[in-house]
Design a binder for this molecule. Structure first.
Ligand code: UDP
Ligand code: MG
Length: 324
């Protein structure tokens, strides 16, 4: 291996890929073109296969064979989008790192504008979506609601309408890699890290092929990860609710006593059952919230590795034996 090959490249591109066989050739071509225009030979493209069920890994291997700047990472199973990105970030070596989705919803051609902002002294340049073509009104609506809620709850600002499409300097990536948590919400973690961050606006294209891997339940899971990772407010809500219910209960008591004094009757069974049901369900919900945090604490505490690699392919990397 020559010196040039062991030197870190100027740019690493991290691409999480889950069942993306149809888009990878186009992605590689477009990415390689913009990277070469910007940095010549000094870049690498890390394609992370996140336990795909189609021929994604074969396509990645073929690309790594053809383009010496392509590195293929094969995860042992499906780890999920955020951990696939995490794996890529851990193995990236570039002075700058770009995270981009495989489906070309985020145009690679924005790289030069992002690099220009970094040159102005920023450490993070994230893409902010002004339009989302080909996404349903429902997805846009829920996404916007989610960011509003998150910013209400989180202790620090998480920018609206951004994804993980972003260019970061090495010191930010090193900080990210030093954060051990399993429940990762990368865009929130990056904003937590700080330094100087800025946005560039762009229109989000529809998926090139295939379909979204974020159906509603996965979006809800990501949203819960985000909220519990960045806020402990839900834990404190219990005491606020307790005080509130106490005040309401006392008011009801005064009212009941007053009506008894006034006409000697004491109405009650229905309202008592209603109050009991409300209290019971409130307590269960609060227990559930506590349980959620506790479960996360338990999983974090196991300190398992964030991801498991099956294989690394790429002419610039030492290959791992298939059964390592
Ligand atoms: N992805 C992944 N693992 C998963 C799900 C998705 O690596 O379990 C990748 C996927 O290949 C894509 C990116 O994460 O590159 C974003 O996923 P998708 O485009 O489905 O989400 P959307 O853009 O609809 O939010
Ligand atoms: Mg997408």
């Amino acid at each position: 291996m020559t010196d040039a090959e062991t030197m870190p490249p100027a740019l690493s591109v991290v691409v999480p890929c889950y069942n993306e066989e149809a888009v990878l050739d186009t992605l590689e071509a477009r990415l390689a073109a913009v990277c070469a225009a910007q940095f010549g030979d000094s870049y690498e493209i890390l394609l992370v296969n996140d336990g795909s069920r189609d021929r994604t890994w074969n396509v990645i291997c073929a690309l790594a064979e053809r383009n010496p700047r392509v590195v293929g990472l094969d995860l042992s199973r499906n780890h999920g989008h955020q951990l696939a990105v995490t794996a890529g970030l851990h193995l990236s070596r570039g002075d700058l790192v770009l995270i981009i989705d495989a489906d070309l919803q985020d145009p690679p051609e924005l790289l030069s504008r992002m690099v220009a902002r970094i040159a102005e002294g920023y450490d993070v340049v994230y893409g902010k979506r002004t339009h989302r073509h080909g996404e349903s009104a429902f997805k846009r609506g829920t996404a916007s609601l989610f960011y509003k809620l998150l910013n209400r709850l989180a202790d620090h600002e998480i920018p609206l309408d951004t994804g993980d499409f972003r260019l970061m300097t090495r010191r930010v990536v090193d900080q990210l890699n030093a954060m051990p948590e399993h429940f990762r919400f990368i865009r929130g973690m990056v904003s937590w890290i700080g330094f100087n961050q800025t946005a560039i606006e762009y229109e989000r294209d529809p998926r090139l092929a295939g379909e979204t891997h974020y159906p509603l339940y996965r979006m809800i899971r990501l949203a819960l990860d985000a909220i519990t990772s960045f806020s402990t407010l839900p834990l404190r809500i219990a005491s606020h609710l307790g005080v509130f219910m106490g005040v309401v209960g006392f008011g009801l008591l005064v009212w009941a006593l007053a009506s008894w004094l006034a006409d000697g009757t004491m109405a009650g069974w229905t309202s008592m059952i209603a109050v009991m049901l409300i209290m019971g369900s409130l307590q269960l919900i609060i227990l559930g919230v506590f349980g959620d945090y506790l479960g996360r604490l338990y999983i974090e505490n196991k300190r398992r590795p964030l991801f498991i690699l099956r294989e690394v392919r790429g002419q610039s990397r030492v290959p791992t034996p298939p059964d390592a």
